[in-house]
Each structure stands twice: as C-alpha cells, then as structure tokens.
Design a protein around this ligand. Structure first.
Ligand SMILES: NC(=O)c1ccc[n+]([C@@H]2O[C@H](COP(=O)([O-])OP(=O)(O)OC[C@H]3O[C@@H](n4cnc5c(N)ncnc54)[C@H](OP(=O)(O)O)[C@@H]3O)[C@@H](O)[C@H]2O)c1
Length: 326
C-alpha cells in the first residue's frame, strides 16, 4: 500500500480507501451478508487499507465496528457522516449531535477521525456552516471526533459550488468530491482550492455505474453524441473506451478509471466500493499502479474534459444516467 497525508489533518492514510456505501454497501446492498462484509473489510485491512468511509445512512457502521474489533484504534482512520443535504436539508444541530452519538455507539469507538456532513447542497451550505458546524465543533472539543469534513451532492451540484465555498471557510478539514474520467471539472474548480487551503480530499464516483456497467457507458455515449458533446464514433463503438486497454496501458476500463483518479494532482484518497473480494484485490492493485500513459491521459482530457455531470448516479437522471436537473 502507498500512504499519503490527508491535507491539514496530518493523518497518514492509504491512497485506496474502502467506501462502505455506494450501490454495494460492502455487498449488503447486493445480496451479501454480514460475514461477507466483514471478510471484505478484513481483507482490505490485510492489504494495507487504513481509511474506511461509512455514514449513518449506509447502515454499515455496525459491521465496520465489528470488523475493526481487536485492531489497534490508531491503526485505522474512520470516516462517517451525519445525515444532511438531500435526505435531511433542515437538520437541526441537536439531530446532528444525536447522530454523532449514535455513530460512535454503532462503530463501538470512542472517537471518529473524520466526521462529515453528508451530501450538502449549495442551498443548504449556509445552514451547514453557520448552524450545524458550530454545534458539532463543541462536540469535537469533547473528543468525539478529530476533524470535520463535508461531502458534496454530486448529482445536485455538478459544478462543485458548495465545496468551493467550503474551502474558503477554514472549518472543514476534509472534503469528499466527485471526479472521474468523464467528469473532470474538479481539476479546474476544486483542486486549486483544496491545495491552497490544504483541505484533505476523498474522491468518490471513480467507477460507479458508468464504468462498471458497459451498457450504461454505451447509453451515455449515445446520448452525449446526440447532443454533439462527443464524437459520433464513440457512440458507434461497442467498446468506446477500448483505446485505453493495450500493452503498456490499462488492463481494463475499470483499471483505467481508478488509475486516472489516483494520479490526479490534488487527490489524496481514492474511495472504492465493492462487495466482491476479487474486485477488492484488483481495485487496490489498480490504484497502486503507475499513471496511465500520457497519450491516453491527454486523449481523455481532449474527449471529455469539457463534460459536466456525466455518470453521477442518483435521482434526477436521464435514462443514460446524465444529470438533467442541475
Ligand atoms: N455524497 C457522498 O457522501 C457519497 C456519494 C457517493 C459515494 N460516496 C462514498 O464513496 C464510496 C465509493 O463510491 P462507490 O461505492 O460508488 O464506488 P466506485 O468504486 O465508484 O463504484 C463501485 C461500483 O462499481 C462496482 N465495481 C467496483 N469494482 C469493480 C470491478 N473491479 N469490476 C467490476 N465492477 C466493480 C461495484 O460493484 P461490486 O460490488 O460488484 O464490486 C459498485 O457497483 C462509497 O462507498 C461512499 O463511501 C459518498
């Protein structure tokens, strides 16, 4: 495993972080059971992963706590989240504190390393920063968590408006940001700011559905070509990103997707989610490989650098998974 420093938190974290949410929820979202989820978590630990991201909303805090039982607490970096944003935009400070207390209990730990507000929309940011954060910071003083973080709602905020404001505020030590091969605008809008303020960065959506389901990628290409946003040849090609897979290049589209995110300047941790032990191993291997060849990277920038809000699965999507209501 490779390790890096998570911005101004100073925490030493694995560059591959296991996401306990997403569609897989460690396999619990795809028909798996608790033993399987614990198996994934323990194997991740064995492979050197020390950062785990969960949330009250995922229903995986308890299983994470179980898997970490017996592991020296200082060996792991536990990130979890208070329900907020889309699911709970008018959250009260009391409910955020109650959620924090519940998370500590579920996880079976005395403190959380990074406590985040979950999916904060631009319109909810003032409430998050002026009302919720001060209440949580009082709990931080009591030792319940070490660093405050914030996660964006990618489908509702594809231009990263919320996190741009958050960087300037000095309250949030960590930000979770959507960035992938066909949604690259964090390079312009976010990473210069996170680097300036030394905000630690956790990346979500490296693969999601768009790169793990070939039919989703094909449908997205057709829609983008119809809008004149990508060359028609990509829509006509049954394997539109096949150009990335070659000797000396990526071994698969998913391999390319994780490597693309991992080596972007400004990225600290690439989160990945899975319920499949084979995917766990191959994803970690991908994240530890060198950058994609320069020519492939340049082609991805040329073809997709202008796209915004592609492949961010959640409500308000077109058939092909494109954000239609910003
Ligand atoms: N706003 C927020 O706070 C927010 C929003 C989204 C995500 N997140 C965080 O970010 C984490 C990562 O997001 P994500 O879970 O969507 O992860 P991801 O790595 O972008 O995508 C995971 C999806 O791809 C599949 N997959 C993974 N590796 C694969 C492989 N090698 N081959 C084929 N399919 C593969 C997984 O299914 P399998 O189970 O079959 O592997 C899963 O459906 C989440 O777990 C969560 O912690 C936070």
């Amino acid at each position: 495993m490779d390790y890096t420093t998570l911005g101004r938190t100073g925490l030493r974290v694995s560059v591959a972080g296991l996401g306990c949410g997403g569609f897989s929820r460690l396999g619990l979202g795809t028909g798996g059971d608790e033993a399987g989820a614990i198996g994934i978590l323990r194997e991740a630990l064995d492979l050197g992963v020390n950062l785990f991201d969960t949330a009250a909303a995922y229903g995986t805090e308890k299983v994470l706590g179980k898997a970490l039982r017996g592991v020296p607490r200082e060996r792991v970096v536990i990130c979890t989240k208070a329900p907020f944003g889309v699911s709970n935009p008018n959250a009260s400070p009391e409910s955020a504190v109650a959620s924090l207390d519940r998370s500590l209990k579920e996880l079976g730990t005395d403190y959380i390393d990074v406590y985040q507000l979950h999916g904060v929309a631009p319109g909810a940011y003032d409430h998050a920063a002026r009302v919720i954060a001060p209440a949580l910071l009082r709990e931080k003083e009591k030792g319940k968590f070490r660093h405050l973080g914030i996660t964006e709602t990618a489908p509702g905020d594809p231009d990263h408006a919320m996190v741009q404001r958050a960087c300037h505020d000095g309250v949030w030590d960590v930000a979770m940001i959507a960035f992938h091969m066909m949604h690259q605008n964090a390079r312009r809008h976010v990473f210069p700011l996170t680097r300036q303020y030394r905000v630690g960065t956790l990346m979500m959506f490296a693969v999601r559905n768009i790169f793990s389901r070939p039919e989703r990628l094909a449908a997205t290409m057709r829609e983008l070509a119809a809008d004149g946003e990508v060359p028609q040849a990509l829509a006509d090609n049954p394997d539109p990103l096949g150009f990335l897979v070659h000797n000396g290049g990526a071994t698969s589209v998913i391999d390319a997707a994780y490597r693309f995110v991992r080596h972007e300047p400004g990225v600290d941790v690439v989160l990945f989610g899975t319920g499949d032990p084979a995917h766990l191993r191959s994803n970690i291997a991908s994240i530890l490989k060198p950058p994609l060849p320069e020519a492939d990277h340049a082609r991805l920038a040329e073809l997709f650098g202008h796209l915004v809000g592609v492949g961010l699965d959640a409500p308000h999507l077109s058939r092909a998974g494109r954000v239609v209501n910003r």
